[in-house]
Design a protein around this ligand. Structure first.
Ligand code: EPU
Length: 428
């Protein structure tokens, strides 16, 4: 397994371009199953989770053709139902979108329970199942598989008990070809929900209200092929913003939608960074000291949970005591013990982390526990004294396209070594 060796201490400077959004891509690619034509999807990030979802579609019989590194065509006409590969499906969370898409198109789905980041607590899918049932599907969970079938889904009103991104996506997928109108209340409002609705509407779907908490889907009988470009990744952009502020750098981050970054921008300003917005770029500088601030994660437009670990890494060197509260997941602090190895002073109590800012972090060997935790450890490595060895970087590459290359282009010193080379270097 490869590792990153990060020599810290250099402020990031220069320009970087953000890739397409992971969480939009992993919803839009399975959504192409619903089409009656060929879908050309552009601005796809080249990351492991996307590669896996594409492999799954290919193994299901879909035509999947890469036009270039970031553009692909999907022809779902040759898909065989009942053929969702078990091992690959277990590897990623987004594979549960195959349930909504297959059910919506063929009235049948047999998909293994999804995998994805392990935050240390459960990641239930009860809301998804309840939603499918409300549309008339019969759903059973048996032996680690979710089997959903219906003789024709019928629109209905569904109120989500929890604001859930995955449930909102899955219900849109199931409802888009159902008979009649589906109303999803208390829906998630994340940018990728809007992106998925735009993609489906570009095929001829009738979805209104995406981006608000009531989404109305009027079912249609036919969906055409389309050409669609995925939005930039809000969380990748936020990660570069925080890395810049943490290192005291000055970076122009291109290919972003500043509106999607507002909650991150606001908190960075509270912490002492200067953020300037342009049409499709954002400049972050941090000339003075970082200062404490409190952060509470919430569904969009609140501060994103997927930025919580990166922010905590930055606040660990801010002056004063910061309080971070996780408002989406029961537990998302597995990375704290790794940051503590580098000298961070963080105490976790349930959903709350109290961070006493320290003057500096020191390099240590650390292990990545999940995707955003990995990004946090990289940020810590960029500011730490010495060479931080980041192990198990596979999780980082699930969601960040060439993060080491992009950071190095901003002046970072990150070497990627194979596990074996790193062991030999240590022995010497
Ligand atoms: N929830 C339930 N029941 C359900 C579904 C969700 O109780 O049936 C709860 C969850 O336990 C959680 C809350 O609802 O407490 C929100 O979960 P949500 O369904 O919104 O999360 P998700 O769809 O599984 C997506 C992203 C995550 C991101 C969350 C929250 C994808 C593939 N994943 O997960 O992204 O943290 O929304 O914004 O879109 C990441 O990119 O690093 C990542 C983990």
């Amino acid at each position: 397994m490869d590792k990153f060796l990060i020599t810290g201490g250099t402020p990031l400077r220069g320009e970087v371009t953000i890739s397409g959004a992971k969480n939009a891509a992993v919803a839009i690619i399975p959504a192409a199953i619903l089409s009656d034509g060929i879908c050309r999807i552009e601005n796809i990030p080249n990351i492991a989770d996307v590669n896996i979802i594409c492999k799954i579609l290919y193994q299901m019989g879909a035509g999947v053709r890469m036009i270039n590194e970031h553009t692909m065509e999907i022809d779902p006409s040759t898909i065989r139902t009942g053929c969702v590969p078990y091992e690959l499906t277990r590897k990623i969370r987004a594979s549960y979108y195959l349930i909504g898409a297959m059910l919506g198109k063929y009235g049948f789905a047999d998909v293994s329970m999804p995998g994805g980041c392990d935050f240390g607590g459960v990641r239930p899918i009860d809301q998804h199942i309840r939603g499918f049932e409300a549309l008339g599907a019969e759903v059973t969970v048996d032996g680690g598989r979710v089997i959903a079938r219906s003789d024709g889904l019928i629109g209905n009103s569904v109120y989500l008990d929890t604001v859930s991104v995955g449930t909102t996506v899955n219900l849109m997928l199931a409802a888009v070809r159902a008979r009649g109108r589906t109303i999803i209340e208390n829906a998630a409002k994340e940018p990728h929900i809007v992106d998925l609705a735009n993609f489906l509407n570009s095929m001829g779907a009738d979805i209104r209200g995406a981006g608000t908490d009531v989404i109305k889907v009027r079912g249609v009988q036919h969906l055409d092929g389309t050409t669609y470009s995925i939005i930039p990744d809000q969380i990748e952009a936020g990660t570069f913003m925080v890395a810049t502020a943490a290192t005291g750098g000055d970076v122009m981050i291109n290919n972003v939608i500043p509106k999607h970054l507002e909650s991150i921008t606001k908190k960075l300003q509270d912490a002492g960074a200067i953020v300037e917005e342009f049409d499709d770029s954002i400049r972050v500088r941090r000339p003075g000291r970082l200062v404490r601030c409190n952060v509470k994660t919430m569904p969009h437009p609140g501060f994103p949970t997927d930025m919580q670990p990166q922010f905590a890494a930055m606040l660990s060197i801010a002056e004063g005591t910061s309080i971070v509260t996780e408002g989406v997941w029961d537990n998302r602090y597995k990375y704290v013990s790794e940051l503590s190895r580098m000298g961070a002073q963080i105490t976790v109590d349930g959903k709350m982390a109290v961070i006493e800012g320290v003057k500096e972090l020191n390099a240590a060997p650390v292990k990545v526990t999940d995707l955003r935790a990995g990004a946090a450890l990289m940020i810590a490595g960029l500011v730490a004294k010495g060479v931080t060895e980041v192990e198990e970087i596979y999780s980082i590459e699930r969601g960040y396209e060439t993060i080491d290359v992009k950071l190095n282009s901003l002046g970072a010193d990150i070497r990627r070594v194979s596990g074996l080379v790193a062991e030999t270097a240590k022995a010497e």
